[in-house]
Design a protein around this ligand. Sequence first.
Ligand code: DX5
Ligand code: ZN
Length: 220
Amino acid sequence: MKRPLIAPSLLAADFGRLADEIADLEAIGADWLHCDVMDGVFVPNISFGLPVVEAIRRYARLPLDVHLMIQRPEAYLEPFAQAGADIITFHWEATSHPDRLVQEIHRLGKRAGIAINPATPVELLADILAVVDIVCVMSVNPGFGGQRLIPYVAKKVQRLAVLRAQVGSSALIEVDGGITPETAPLVKGADIIVAGHSLLRASDRKAVVGALRASFESLA
Ligand code: DX5
Ligand code: ZN
């Protein structure tokens, strides 16, 4: 089983020391930096927006994986592209026109991701899998870090991997929320693991990155 990419969620970082936090995550071998943008409307919490993503871009070398948990994502694709996002992920539930948004993100020269809430079935993505680069399967209800993984999401990740093969898509599967070295085996088959609290709040972050990477290895 292929090792997953690790995308630490900066939502769990010490925002007063963000440049140091970025340098530390890059030094311990993170693959992408996951930036959780929340508007207090699509989700019941407000996190950070464009100026913070711009600041992260100034200090980071790794790809920025920007997860937009916002209403009207179409209005903010270009600003986040200009702020330095490499991957722009919007929520399926926040738009009636996901194909149009994927096209727009590609026009901006970025990789396009679609995130789905826990209760949204992966089967809805059967057609758009042909053009989307990343599917982010939420394993918690979006809005807060540090929540527990919702167990039924494990089956969704498996079904999405089967669907992807059936339609011949090369989209990457990302899983976001409540991932720890203990819960990661539940979502085997994912290509990208987002980890907030379990990684950034750990006393030995490097050990957690290693444990997450290794978490699929003992599984058939
Ligand atoms: C949840 C966010 C997640 C979150 C993950 O709304 O999209 O990316 O920061 O954090 P943990 O790993 O703490 O659940
Ligand atoms: Zn996220």
